[in-house]
Design a protein around this ligand. Structure first.
Ligand code: ZN
Ligand code: ZN
Length: 735
């Protein structure tokens, strides 16, 4: 009997199975569109990835598509190619990869109205403002004042600018003081977008960077390597302006939500075009709207964090990755551990669209790629305007009296800068009050019950003896009054940001202290308020963690103090030195950005450490050159390629035994080495025991070929279903 060929759709469905699923071809079920299909006993939403003339599934078992959900495909062929490539490269189930690319509501099969809702003040609203009717309703009054100043504002912009605005706006609408309009506001794809402002006069270096990045027919990947304050954002804006004027769209990626508002504001102020902002701080609806606006070409500029790299953008003409060295571009939790920076490069390459990676402290990977000719090197070696680079010095903590974590020379410097009317910034990468609670009699330290870690002391209601928290699993406990072992009194040991804040208030009375960390700034609104207090000058001293190093522009800060540079000097992670150097240079870059010279003081117990010496004497470029040589000698990335198989289980040994079995079934491959398995640096975390097995090769293709055969075999191990495991390709941390 002749075989009857049955044409099918191959559909990505969110499941841990590493394959597409075949269904009968249906009208309108073109690649890139969502469909509803029966799956087992459920009905799920999937995405058509391809059509095929025939299926390996027996005809009797093939099922049909229940509904096609999109009139036009959401993903283009190029978008589908990027997602499929990512699933292959990271060896992750394709359905889960597609799920990452789609906002939740769209995954649930909802329709997203492409309409834009905008709000504006009514005449009654203006009258209410004038006669002070709302004096007693502060939030309503503030919102009305906002609309009086801004005119009509769309909901997306409101979500970004004023989180929590909706209930207040609803009340005002009921009183007829505000009105809401629904309209389709979009600008046709390919229409030239105008710049609203000229922008400042460029420095010579900025001008040549702009010339390079706006050259006709530009493609390829480019590293914009510019010291802090050199005006990288202005170069982004000019490059984007050129693409927009040619009728193309632009994708701008940034590492974190804290950075998004500032970058977003610069683009909003510059261009007369709808902008879609995509980040994790959005509600499901807002996110789906913004995504849809981007995917349908309604937005010409898309600003977003990590997963924005997958957002379809018709007629894309430029990709910018700001702060490309930032580790938040790599997904480090869950199963699909992709690097948004690396995928941005691939996306550009697939479509012949130029990609600009920008940083003051480029990753060693990117600097290596410059050497290999994969990235062009565009440098902005000097600060824009009249700003001079800061003077950087080390304070030897062994040679000076140290009072509550602050050495005398730093204390004097803080006094001098405050007296001169400047602001001061102190960096400490340790939140909480104190990292340890210690019994001074018997040496007991408060441990986390679920981790191999100590509990951090936190203030509770402003009391120095407050609560205990684990920074690894989130467990919380009240602080015991006495040592549970011997009954003696307990003492917080060491300094966290909360304690430094307390110390500073005491040392420098009359100078308001603003703390920046995850505890003090939980909501985006709190961060914008804190930044506002710094800009208005009401805050004089800033103390904070990593949050302070990220792109904020504080022109009146003239002194930066790094309270403890030593925390990662002796880490066993091969990337620790790179991260420390980046952090120090980034935080130093906050000093003296206006026309006042800055000073940076770094406290250390090891002022002779080669890393610190190199950084001070030869700057980041000198550090990077040395660090790359060390990596080459030790065969670490970028001179080799790594993948980690990580496993965990509540029972000790289970993860380790699983990894031993995984190693055993590996088919030896030339040029591929397996190392381990070994227990993780912190073996027990949140009640689970962690272990890892490293796969290393000097060649990406060899590593990929090995993984392609090995991962399915690992998956078929009987124990693979009872414990948690994940493959991390190009891991950032190998501890
Ligand atoms: Zn004790
Ligand atoms: Zn814990």
């Amino acid at each position: 009997l002749p075989q009857v060929k049955i044409p099918v759709c191959q559909i990505a469905i969110e499941t841990p199975l590493r394959r597409l699923f075949d269904y009968h071809l249906a009208e309108g079920a073109v690649p890139g569109s969502r469909v509803r299909v029966p799956f087992g006993r459920q009905h799920v939403v999937g995405i058509v990835v391809a059509q095929a003339a025939d299926s390996e599934v027996p005809a009797a078992k093939l099922r049909g598509i229940e509904a096609v959900l999109d009139a036009a495909p959401l993903f283009s062929t190029a978008d589908l190619a990027l997602l499929t490539w990512a699933a292959d490269y990271y060896h992750h189930p394709v359905g889960e990869v597609f799920a990452t690319a789609l906002p939740r509501l769209l995954r649930l099969g909802r329709d997203v109205a492409p309409v834009q809702r905008s709000w504006h003040i009514t005449n009654a609203g203006r009258a209410a403002l004038a006669d002070g009717t709302l004096r007693r309703a502060r939030r309503q009054q503030q919102l009305l004042e906002y609309f009086a100043a801004k005119g009509a504002v769309d909901e997306q912009a409101l979500d970004a600018a004023l989180p929590g605005w909706r209930p207040v706006a609803r009340t005002l609408r009921e009183k007829s003081l505000l009105e809401m309009n629904e309209q389709t506001r979009s600008i046709a794809t390919r229409e030239a977008v105008q710049s609203l402002q000229q922008g400042p006069v460029l420095t010579a270096a900025q001008q040549s960077a702009v010339d390079a990045l706006t050259a006709p027919g530009l493609a390829g990947a480019h590293l914009l390597d510019g010291v802090t304050g050199s005006g990288k954002t202005e170069v982004y804006l000019r490059a984007a302006g050129a693409a927009l004027a040619r009728g193309r769209s632009v994708l701008v990626m940034c590492p974190e939500i804290g950075l998004t508002p500032q970058l977003l504001e610069r683009f909003e102020a510059r261009f007369d075009a709808p902008i879609a902002a995509l980040h994790s701080g959005l509600t499901d609806t807002a996110r789906a709207r913004a995504w849809h606006l981007a995917a349908t070409g309604g937005a010409r500029i898309v600003v977003g964090t990590r997963s924005a790299v997958f957002t379809p953008i018709p007629n894309l003409g430029l990709i910018i990755v700001d702060e490309e060295h930032d580790s938040s571009y790599k997904q480090q939790e869950g199963g699909f551990r992709y690097s948004a920076r690396d995928l941005a490069l691939l996306r550009g390459q697939q479509r012949g669209v130029p990609v600009v990676l920008g940083s003051a402290t480029p990753s060693l990977e990117s600097l290596h790629n410059v050497k290999l000719g994969r990235l062009t090197h565009i440098e902005l070696p000097e600060r824009a305007g009249s700003a001079t680079p800061p003077r950087i010095a080390l304070i030897d903590m062994r040679a000076h009296p140290v009072n509550r974590g602050i050495a005398t020379p730093l204390r004097h410097a803080i006094d001098a800068h405050l007296a001169a009317g400047s602001q001061v910034l102190l960096f400490l990468n340790r939140r909480g009050y104190a990292p340890t609670l210690l019994c001074q009699s018997c040496g007991w330290v408060a441990p986390c019950e679920s981790c191999d870690a100590r509990l951090t002391v936190h203030l509770a209601g402003g009391r120095a003896c407050g609560s205990l928290a684990c920074h690894h699993c989130g467990a919380e406990a009240p602080q015991p009054e006495r040592c549970p072992r011997c009954g003696y009194g307990l003492q917080p040991l060491g300094h966290g940001t909360e304690r430094v804040e307390e110390t500073l208030a005491e040392f420098f009375p009359g100078h308001a202290v603003e703390r920046f960390d995850r505890d003090s700034l939980r909501a985006p609104k709190q961060l914008t308020d804190a930044i506002e207090r710094v800009h208005s000058g009401s805050a004089r001293i800033l103390v904070g963690t990593q949050m302070l190093t990220k792109g904020h522009h504080f022109p009146d800060v003239t002194l930066v103090g790094v309270l403890n540079a030593d925390q990662s000097l002796f880490s066993t992670d091969f990337r620790a030195a790179e991260r420390l150097a980046q952090t120090i240079v980034q935080v130093a870059g906050r000093a003296g950005r206006a026309d006042r010279p800055g000073e940076v003081l770094i406290q250390s117990q090891y002022p002779d450490h080669p890393l610190l010496k190199t950084l001070l004497e030869r700057g980041y470029a000198g550090f990077a050159a040395d660090a790359l040589q060390e990596r080459q000698a030790a065969h670490w990335p970028p001179f080799s390629r790594l993948a980690l198989l990580r496993a965990s289980d509540p029972e000790p040994e289970v993860a380790l035994n699983f990894l031993k079995a995984a190693r055993k079934i590996a088919t030896p491959a030339a040029g591929v080495a397996l190392r381990g398995p070994v227990p993780a640096a912190m073996v027990r975390r949140a009640g689970r025991y962690y272990a890892q097995l490293m796969v290393e090769s000097s060649q990406r293709t060899r590593l990929q070929a090995f993984l392609a055969g090995w991962v399915p075999a690992v998956e078929s191990l009987a124990t693979s279903r009872s414990l948690r495991w994940v493959l991390d390709v190009d891991p950032l941390e190998v501890l």
